[in-house]
Design a protein around this ligand. Structure first.
Ligand SMILES: [Zn+2]
Length: 604
């Protein structure tokens, strides 16, 4: 097993399209949330009277690395203002959350676990010792309260107990104190072991439970990877076992599991919550670093390049709570929603459709992803996810210029002050791999780089579009890490209003997406390769997608789902309804209304 260490914002910076994407995020909702959203602007965490639990820590968990990756001084000052206010309110005994002493036993300490993770990120970005000292005092206090039975794990804290290990592992790395292992042991003994709950994942329960909650599930994938060392246990690849069950009974074409908002089966018209998208990405990043197993990196790419952009608008000012694979409309349901436990607006693009957790949490997706571009072990550097980035360490500067995943060409510029080894992970789907024009056949490219010599390495490969089998005889289309969907033309309807003291006002208002074209097709065939049209400043543009793929389609009779006029049936009829036609498929993440799973036109 190859184990890798992560870099921080001090060493890694985004370039190219990834920097453009992060800049959009900084101009978008995440970069402005402290100005527009009462639960962050007036939070109890900073002395206000609004939300006193997960929302500020969730938001900072993305906002802080975003500020440091972009080197944005104003954002850094905002991050510091929030962190200062939180640290100023830490109690003498170490308790750090905005909750009175007499209310601690009833307070769900998921917030203790989460703020410790967020402040660890702040410490890693800034090197400010007072931040990690505060984490140490908060965790020591958490240990004492749990040990003495003054608090215990229940609800979210019980189901997300492993999240505290992001901070605990960092504390242990800095100083090996016995109480850290004691706390780890207590958390594991009071927390949920999902392996004992997996039988609940085999069919949708149609009820809300913590054990099938999609965000818990997404977080849980990293449980063993982040806890086994401190617990002194061997790594047994629990994530693979659980991921196999989840994929078999709840998998989607873009590497997610359905969850609206608990596990919902295999249907392409069930949704997945945006929090689960970014949490699954973070889990996959840590799983890959812990194990070096390339399947985690490939799953990470699939989720990041498809599911994340799909659920967020081009300007990153609005987002969906639930995204669907076959999503023919995003319109408020007049009656019962198609979702199992989510509300009738959960698929609208808005400020806080359904519930505000994703509003606060979705910001961690791109910044944490940007921080997994390169990893290291000793003098060996790993190019883990080939996105445009520059790595600067004392030993070397490595600049990766690429338009991947839209084009399969990677150019590394290396300036090594000391001899080093560079390993490049080659995706399993790469064909006709070549290095500096020479054909190669490895799944991992290894370069020994001498010191003091500037070097350029050019890697190219090809990818072939292919159909992927989905349940009920349907098929989706993949080419490399991109899933291609049939885009459905639409018009938007904007809604400005105020609810529960929260203003939805342009540009942070709600949008319904209303289809203006057909969606009922079957696959006849695929073009040989995607056409690259060039990147704009909006990498996953819903108006000018950087890449498209031609497909031959044939209209097929396809009803609406029983009882709905804005949801397609789970599967089509068999009668054809017209002539074959060629249409351009778009990347799933660019097609806001789309059909992803279609039947084959030919009987097989
Ligand atoms: Zn959420």
């Amino acid at each position: 097993m190859d184990r890798w260490e992560m870099y921080t914002t001090k060493e890694l910076k985004p370039l190219g399209w990834l920097r453009d994407q992060l800049a959009i995020q900084a101009r978008g909702l995440c970069g402005r949330l402290h100005e527009v959203w009462p639960d962050v602007r007036d939070s109890a965490w900073i002395g206000g009277d609004r939300e006193a639990w997960e929302r500020v820590p969730y938001w900072l968990d993305g906002f802080i690395p975003l500020a440091y990756l972009l080197g944005d001084e104003e954002m850094k000052r905002t991050a510091k203002r929030y962190v200062d206010a939180i640290l100023d309110r830490q109690q003498p005994d170490g308790w750090i959350c905005p909750c009175k002493k007499e209310e601690r036993a009833a307070y769900d300490t998921w917030a203790v676990q989460l703020i410790s993770k967020t402040l660890t990120v702040y410490w890693q970005c800034t090197g400010e010792k007072r931040a990690i000292d505060a984490v140490r005092r908060a965790m020591k206090n958490y240990y004492e309260l749990l040990r003495d039975g003054e608090v215990s794990l229940f609800n979210w804290g019980e189901h997300r107990w492993f999240e505290a290990f992001i901070a605990l592992n960092e504390l242990w790395r800095l100083e090996k104190e016995d109480w850290i292992r004691e706390l780890a042991r207590i958390l594991a003994s009071q927390g949920t072991d999902y392996e004992t709950q997996a039988s609940k994942w085999e069919r949708p329960l149609n009820q809300w439970t913590y054990d099938t909650h999609i965000v818990n599930i997404a977080m849980m994938l990293k449980e063993e990877a982040v806890t086994c060392d401190l617990l002194g246990k061997p790594y047994t690849d629990k994530a693979s076992r659980l991921c196999d069950i989840l994929t078999r009974f709840n998998g989607t074409a873009v590497g997610l599991f359905t969850g609206d908002e608990c596990l919902s089966g295999l249907s392409p018209i069930q949704g997945t919550e945006l929090c689960a998208v970014v949490e699954q990405m973070y889990s996959l990043e840590l799983l890959y670093a812990r194990t070096g197993d390339p399947k985690w990196a490939e799953m990470l790419e699939t989720v990041a390049f498809n599911a994340l952009p799909a659920a967020v608008s081009d300007d990153m000012r609005t987002h969906q709570y639930d995204q669907m694979s076959n999503q023919i409309a995003c319109q408020t349901f007049p009656g019962k929603p198609v979702f199992r436990t989510n509300g009738k607006e959960a698929h609208l693009f808005g400020l806080e459709p359904n519930y505000g957790c994703c509003t606060a949490n979705f910001g961690q997706g791109w910044p944490k992803f940007a921080l997994s571009a390169f990893m290291h072990r000793g003098e060996t550097v790993l190019s883990a996810v080939p996105v445009p980035s520059v790595l600067k360490t004392e030993e070397a500067t490595i600049r990766l210029e690429t338009e991947y995943p839209f084009r399969n060409r990677l150019v590394y510029h290396i300036d090594a002050q000391k001899p080093l080894k560079l390993i490049v992970r080659v995706p399993s789907f790469a064909e006709r791999l070549s290095v500096d024009g020479e054909e190669r056949n490895e799944k991992e490219l290894c370069f020994d780089l001498p010191e003091g010599k500037r070097q350029k390495i050019e890697i190219t490969f090809e990818t072939t579009p292919q159909f992927v089998d989905r349940p009920n005889g349907l098929k989706s289309v993949r080419c490399g890490s991109l899933v291609f969907s049939l885009p459905i033309p639409f018009r938007t309807e904007m809604h400005e209003y105020e609810r529960d003291g929260v203003e939805r006002k342009y540009p942070y208002c709600d949008y319904e997406l209303i289809p203006t074209g057909p969606w009922n097709y079957a696959w006849c065939g695929l073009g040989e390769k995607p056409a690259f049209h060039g990147l704009t400043e909006t990498p996953f543009s819903s108006e000018r997608p950087p890449v498209t793929l031609d497909a031959a389609l044939r209209p097929v009779e396809w009803d609406y789902e029983d009882g709905y006029e804005t949801v397609c049936a789970k599967r089509p009829g068999t009668a054809f309804a017209g002539e074959e036609t060629v249409r351009a498929l778009w990347p799933y993440g660019c097609a806001k209304l789309r059909m992803t799973e279609l039947p084959p036109a030919q009987k097989t």
